[in-house]
Design a protein around this ligand. Structure first.
Ligand code: GTP
Ligand code: MG
Length: 503
């Protein structure tokens, strides 16, 4: 999603590479790329203009410190281009923010009315929200208030059945405002603690639709009146959102189909236009694809840096900080062995499905689809068949050792040699990255040092990302480890050390 804008920012930073300071001229030039990509992504013109003006003003006004200290006191070098990226990121965050995934409740009931044009994903979001609310311990009721499209009620019923959430629908010929009122009565009577009204969509904003929504609002007074927009709407989203906001007092916006469109201009402008926060993102057709909206996350994804904050947060949950920092250091100095790889693989497994982990990484986002978890399970098995010495120094692995390892894990000698070869490449690459300073701090919980996109050293011909992060194939059912249970973790480590010593 939003690849167009990402490319614009990449081009802009590329232009600023090697620039000594941010002058009006160099900023203007960089901003030209950004402007073009924003317009191409169909971001509203006014929003684009004011965004660019703010970035320019700040970029000109700020003194560029080229040496800064990160949180652990380490000195880092920052280029003007990286400063520019940081300013853009902060302004993007500002443009799309704030963070507010909260849902209002009244008398213990979370009530949500979904409104929006035809086909934007209201019904899908209704089901997603029901799942979301149930995860929060609520008992949700879905309400089919779309009586115009013949299959609409059935669609919601099917969805409801698939997630095991009851769906309230009206009698033959009953009007939506009356259906909603009856549903609310039922919810109170039957002890539901959340209710989601799925209303009808129209091809364009028309008065009938608005009157109906106003009647529903008057009848059931939903605590959350949410406008659903899809990312494909671009500039139109602005007019539509404006029209809805004029008639009903919106409490928030939900953006859908962020997975589908490369342009996604609506995401950037909708908050500025409606003045209400974006609450959630829909990122796929299935009911689990709902995310609470975090502007920083989206901003850094747009800038092509991946959602590092999100990833770091995930990391903090599963990783012992000190240990991670030491690991990261060694990693970035190119001094690590296959045993480190194995450890990292296991850590990554705890973060969730690999594809999602990769999507959040700055460099690998685009490769997320290529990750093959099954391959990674094989890698894990191969490493486990090696001795401790071989793991820490894979150069030891000659033909005869490779044969023994291959026998141990049921793979071919070629597989083993391939693994070692790719591992050596990767180690070299990590060393190069470490010198660039990009990833320093990532593992330790701190933010990376403003590494700009485009400034990354990459090996010729690229490398296999799955090699870097390791496999989740085997650990599908494995539970996340409680970060506090360090005792049991240490015990585990001791046990595994013992085991390897024996070998
Ligand atoms: N890729 C993708 N598709 C989505 C997403 N949300 C919804 N869709 C698809 O978009 C289509 C329309 O979704 P609905 O939920 O029926 O939209 P609606 O707003 O209820 O449509 P009407 O009731 O006709 O106004 C369906 O094919 C959905 O599967 C999403 O986040 N990503
Ligand atoms: Mg619908």
């Amino acid at each position: 999603m939003l690849e167009t804008v990402t490319q614009g920012f990449k081009n802009a930073t590329e232009r600023l590479r090697g620039v000594r300071e941010l002058t009006e001229e160099s900023i203007e030039e960089a901003l030209r790329d950004v402007r073009m990509s924003l317009l191409e992504a169909d971001v509203d013109l006014k929003v684009t203009r004011s965004f660019l003006a703010r970035v320019k003003e700040r970029a000109l006004g700020e003194k560029v410190e080229t040496r800064v200290k990160d949180r652990s006191g380490r000195k880092l070098r920052v280029t003007p281009g990286q400063h520019f990226v940081r300013i853009c990121e902060e302004e993007l965050t500002e443009l799309m923010g704030p963070v507010d995934p909260s849902l209002a409740k009244r008398d213990g009931l979370v009530s949500i009315m979904l409104a929006g044009l035809q086909g934007v994903g209201k019904t899908t979001i209704a089901a997603k929200l029901a799942v979301y609310l149930r995860k929060q311990g609520r008992k949700p009721l879905l309400v089919a208030a779309d009586i115009y499209r013949p299959a609409a009620v059935d669609q919601l019923r099917t969805l409801g059945a698939s997630i095991d959430v009851p769906v309230h629908s009206g009698a033959e010929g009953e009007r939506p405002p009356s259906i909603c009122r009856a549903a609310l009565e039922r919810a109170k009577r039957e002890g539901f603690t959340a209710i989601v009204y799925d209303t009808a969509g129209r091809l364009a904003v028309d008065d009938d639709l608005m009157v109906e929504l106003e009647e529903i609002v008057a009848g059931v007074d939903p605590a959350n009146k949410l406008l659903v927009c899809d990312a494909l709407m671009g500039r139109d989203a602005v007019n539509v959102a404006g029209a809805f906001a004029e008639r009903i007092a919106l409490d928030g916006v939900i953006l859908t189909k962020l997975d589908g469109d490369a342009r996604g201009g609506a995401a950037l402008a909708v908050k500025a236009v409606t003045g209400v926060p974006i609450k959630f993102l829909g990122t796929g057709e299935t009911v689990d694809r709902l995310e609470e909206f975090r502007p920083e996350g989206l901003a850094s994804r747009i800038l092509g840096m991946g959602d590092i904050v999100g990833l770091v947060k995930d990391f903090e949950e599963v990783v012992d900080e000190k240990e991670a920092e030491a690991d990261a250091e060694r990693l970035l100095k190119g001094r690590f062995g296959l045993d480190d790889l194995l450890k990292q693989m296991r850590m990554i497994q705890k973060l969730g499905p690999l594809k999602e982990v990769f999507a959040k990484m700055p460099m690998f986002g685009g490769m997320a689809d290529q990750v093959d978890e099954g391959e990674l399970t094989k890698v894990e098995a191969m490493i486990q068949s090696m001795t401790r010495a071989e793991r820490s120094d894979p150069t030891l692995i000659d033909k005869s050792r490779a044969r023994r390892i291959a026998r141990g894990c049921g793979r071919t000698v070629g597989d083993i040699e391939g693994l070692v070869e790719r591992f050596m490449q990767m180690r070299q690459l990590m060393g190069a990255l470490g010198k660039g300073g990009l990833l320093s701090g990532l593992g330790g919980g701190g933010l990376p040092a403003m590494g700009g996109p485009g400034g990354l050293p990459m090996p010729p011909g690229g490398f296999d990302p799955s090699m870097l992060m390791g496999g989740a194939g085997r650990g599908g059912g494995r539970k996340r480890q409680d970060p506090k249970s360090k005792k049991s973790k240490r015990k585990q480590q001791r046990a595994s050390r013992k085991k390897t010593r024996k070998k």
